[in-house]
Design a protein around this ligand. Structure first.
Ligand code: CAA
Ligand code: NAD
Length: 300
């Protein structure tokens, strides 16, 4: 086992985040809040405009919290943060000669991620470190389509990025010490706590969290307890901020299903990764949780 200690390393000044969804927008935000210059990329200007609005809303919440009684400091912090983010639809132009770090946060699909990395490997400066924010896929498989396995790793943030304090730094076999040190220092620079682990399915958090959420769904499916009681039990009896059923809705039932199905296919004999009928049914019906207004629960 190895631990996560940041040693002196090349700092990250400029980074490119590909995918401006829930996670990419959050990663861009916390990086800009801490003085980094960010280029945020997505497929259309409409998607980027939506991301910009979400970032603005979240930065204002953070500013209010950080500078409670000082409206001028709040608006300075917000405008400086927002001015550090550039928006771009051209992926290949988004990794300029000064790009220190690339963080991929697009759709959770290996082929699409590999396609992106292989394209970027040809145009990015050789010094740029490549990383993925994947929840469940192998970083090693992504790095294999590039010629920079030594400058490749995982940076796994948590939702909501502005609030959650952890980032998992994932080392593949080829990740160099210099790359690892730069990634760990970047995590510290964005005011998050790094933990590190090998490229194992689900890393640390999801390897424990996904089977726990699935087990809560199975408890519900058997009719052993109601969703509300399962959630209340884990909040008040185990000190979790959200119960497992509401957390599944919060993460997105499609995301839960995708991760569980992927692992079940790879490790069919592991009962922790067995599919859940209720989860499959809700996803079929388009009830994906908070983001669609209904999952296990209904939302206004
Ligand atoms: N932007 C900025 N600030 C935000 C925010 C956002 N998007 N969301 C919440 N906040 C701030 C609020 O302003 C609030 O600040 P104050 O303390 O100053 O009031 C604070 O965070 C708490 O928020 P709320 O009062 O609205 O709600 P809460 O106390 O219930 O906390 C929560 C919300 C932080 C989401 C909490 O319920 C929680 O920690 N839930 C568990 C989340 C979790 O487990 N995430 C991991 C999911 S797994 C994953 O991400 C990995 C994967 O690969 C799928
Ligand atoms: P999302 O659907 O909110 O956002 C993904 C964005 O990527 C979309 O805006 C999409 O238009 C864009 N995109 C897709 N293909 C692209 C391409 N080829 N080029 C540029 N942009 C492209 O998804 P998300 O929840 O932000 O998840 C992103 C990644 O982060 C996934 O790998 C996911 O597993 C991981 N993750 C998700 C969570 C979570 O709680 N949702 C937590 C941690 C990690």
């Amino acid at each position: 086992a190895f631990s996560c200690t940041a040693r002196a390393s090349a700092p990250v000044h400029n980074l490119t985040v590909i995918g401006s969804g829930l996670m990419g927008a959050g990663i861009a935000q916390v990086s800009a809040q801490t003085g980094h210059n960010v280029t945020l990329v997505d497929m259309t200007n409409e998607l980027l405009q939506r991301a910009e609005q979400r970032i603005k809303g979240s930065v204002e919440r953070v500013a209010k919290k950080q500078f409670k009684e000082d409206p001028k400091a709040q608006s300075d912090f917000a405008s400086q943060t927002l001015s550090r983010i550039k928006y771009m639809v051209d992926v290949e132009k988004s990794v300029g000669s000064d790009c220190d770090l690339l963080i991929e946060a697009i759709i959770e699909n290996m082929k699409i991620k590999q396609n992106l990395f292989s394209k970027l490997d040809k145009v990015a400066p050789s010094s740029t470190i490549f990383t993925s924010n994947t929840s469940s896929l192998s970083i090693t498989e992504m790095a294999s389509v590039t010629g920079r396995a030594d400058r490749f790793g995982g940076l796994h943030f948590f939702n909501p990025v502005a609030v959650m304090k952890l980032v998992e730094v994932v080392r593949i076999a080829g990740t160099s010490d210099a790359t690892f040190d730069t990634l760990t220092s970047y995590v510290t620079a964005v005011k998050k706590t790094p933990v590190c682990c090998k490229d194992t399915p689900g890393f640390i958090v999801n390897r424990l969290l996904v089977p726990y959420l699935a087990e809560a769904m199975r408890l519900l499916e058997r009719g052993d307890a109601s969703a509300r009681d399962i959630d209340t039990a884990m909040k008040l009896g185990a000190g979790y901020p959200m119960g497992p059923i509401e957390l599944a809705d919060y993460v997105g039932l499609d995301v839960n299903k995708f991760v569980l199905d992927g692992w079940h296919k790879k490790f069919p004999d592991n009962p922790l990764f067995a599919p859940s009928e209720t989860l499959n049914k809700l996803v079929d019906e388009g009830k994906l949780g908070v983001k669609t207004g209904e999952g296990f629960y209904k939302y206004d």
